[in-house]
Write a protein that binds this ligand. Structure first.
Ligand SMILES: *[C@@H]1O[C@H](CO)[C@@H](O)[C@H](O)[C@H]1NC(C)=O
Length: 231
């Protein structure tokens, strides 16, 4: 080669490599599928599925998937599944809190279940899937929120009982309620008993509540019923 044709030859080679690299990247982009800039919202104390799907003709049995948490300065390997050993590894911070859906791997579903969400879990996660010496990755943003636990506190008082009465909380159908209640029975100076019982009513439960006090000796009862409506 003359020096000119050498330059020509090498720029041709460079050009071919350039084309090849871009074809390869375009080809990779068809492999992993996720809504661009996708984000999911998790609630503190609950679980969330971080989505990651691979679209491929067939996914070989030997593949690996790794979820990485991108902290400012470091990358935390949240959870890794290695198809060779079929073993899973978790970072300390995520110990016992992540799960892959093994039965869904074959369908390209590499999503990760993150349980018992903490506020520190908020941030960006990368799903890296590798097989046939190729890497495919997707970025998912996890937003974290706390839901306020609203409940209605109910208290029921009854005075002048003897002997110690029995206290029962009932629902609209007259069935014993499943909520925990706390009951205090006190002896008054008169020698009779005073009963104070309370319980918390969560939204979504039966909103008809009754408090029944029973004198088991006289087989008499006293009942107070309340219906809570609306939000
Ligand atoms: C992936 O698997 C999880 C768990 O079974 C499921 O919730 C999710 O919908 C699946 N995604 C797809 C696209 O099948």
């Amino acid at each position: 080669f003359s020096s000119l044709s050498k330059i020509y030859f090498f720029s041709c080679v460079r050009f071919i490599f350039y084309i090849f690299r871009h074809i390869k990247i375009a080809h990779l982009n068809q492999f992993i599928s996720y809504p661009p800039n996708s984000s999911v919202i998790g609630v503190i104390g609950e679980g969330v599925v971080l989505p990651c799907y691979v679209v491929a003709e067939n996914i070989p049995e030997i593949f690996s998937v790794q979820w990485i948490f991108n902290e400012q300065s470091q990358k935390i390997p949240v959870s890794t599944y290695d198809g060779k050993t079929q073993k899973e590894k978790q970072d300390e911070k995520y110990q016992g809190r992540t799960e892959f859906f093994h039965s869904e791997f074959g369908a390209g579903n590499m999503s990760l279940l993150l349980k018992n969400i903490r506020s520190s879990d908020k941030g960006s996660y990368t799903c890296v899937v590798s097989f046939n010496d190729e890497y495919h990755d997707a970025l998912i943003e996890l937003k974290v929120a706390a839901s306020v636990n609203v409940s209605i506190g109910l208290t029921c008082h009854a005075d002048g009982w003897f002997p110690k009465p029995e206290v029962i909380w009932l629902d609209g159908q007259g069935q014993v309620r499943k909520e925990q209640s706390s009951t205090k029975v006190m002896m008054m100076p008169s020698g009779l008993y005073r009963v104070i019982t309370s319980m918390n009513l969560k939204p979504g439960s039966d909103m008809e509540v009754s408090c029944r006090i029973v004198n088991n000796l006289l087989k008499t009862t006293s009942e107070s019923r309340i219906l809570i409506s609306g939000e």
